[in-house]
Design a protein around this ligand. Structure first.
Ligand SMILES: [Ca+2]
Ligand SMILES: [Ca+2]
Ligand SMILES: [Ca+2]
Ligand SMILES: [Ca+2]
Length: 234
């Protein structure tokens, strides 16, 4: 029994000694410096200034709103940044609406019968201002335009334009120095009463190294994907 009690006493003594050592250690250690909180990231420095008027961009989209509230009236027009004249500066292209009668007689389509309906190309000059070059570029367009996509479809190094719209899709080949030719027909692109495309995009659909185009069809409560590949474009 005495041996047993001694064992208990020893076993109690060891933890006690250990605790004392810990307490001595805590008491002897100097307070550790509190690490500094990581510095907060600097506030965002991005700041934008509206320079639309200052750089000469006076485009106004015309939707031709009517009391009939036709579907195209409710949609905006597309815009593209491209180097239309190959001078290394980005230029701007805007897709615009067209005249819609109120109401629209059956069988009639919207037309750009006034410059206010033209699509617009603005070339950027060395001073950063933009100049309307639509007419010289041959990009006034036809019909009610809605979307636009930039791509070098013929691989000659300059930016070409596809403009989609209400029953009217157009491919414009860049001839250089800011001049374009409508090559829709020779490229074999459909454009008719059943071809209402809103958005479009260039990409290499068949992975053969040249750009193909997809037009996103807009129809009565349905979306149709229409593909044109390079076999048609060339
Ligand atoms: Ca340019
Ligand atoms: Ca090209
Ligand atoms: Ca070209
Ligand atoms: Ca391709």
């Amino acid at each position: 029994m005495r041996r047993a009690r001694r064992g208990i006493a020893v076993s109690l003594l060891v933890p006690a000694l250990g605790l004392a050592a810990v307490l001595r250690t805590v008491a002897a250690d100097p307070p550790r410096p509190v690490p500094a909180a990581p510095s907060a990231p600097p506030p965002a420095s991005a700041h934008f200034v509206d320079v639309t008027d200052a750089v000469g961009l006076d485009f106004r989209h015309v939707s031709s709103a009517t009391s009939q509230k036709y579907l195209p009236e409710t949609m905006g027009g597309g815009v593209a940044l491209l180097d239309a004249d190959g001078d290394g500066r980005l230029d701007l292209f805007f897709a615009n609406g067209a005249r819609i009668d109120d109401p629209m007689p059956p069988g009639r389509t919207a037309v750009k019968d006034s410059p206010r309906y033209w699509n617009r190309l603005y070339l950027q000059r060395p001073n950063g201002r933009f100049e309307d070059a639509t007419e010289a570029a041959g990009l006034a367009g036809q019909g009610y335009s809605q979307g636009t996509a930039v791509g070098d479809y013929d691989g000659d190094g300059d930016d070409d334009l596809f403009v989609s719209g209400v029953f009217s899709n157009h491919l414009y080949r860049n001839e250089g120095r800011g001049r374009f030719t409508d090559v829709t027909a020779e490229a074999g692109l459909r454009s008719g009463p059943e071809d209402w495309s809103t958005s479009s995009a260039w990409f290499d659909a068949d992975n053969d190294g040249d750009l193909d185009i997809v037009g996103i069809g807009y129809d009565t409560f349905s979306v149709i994907h229409v593909w044109w590949n390079d076999a048609i474009l060339k």
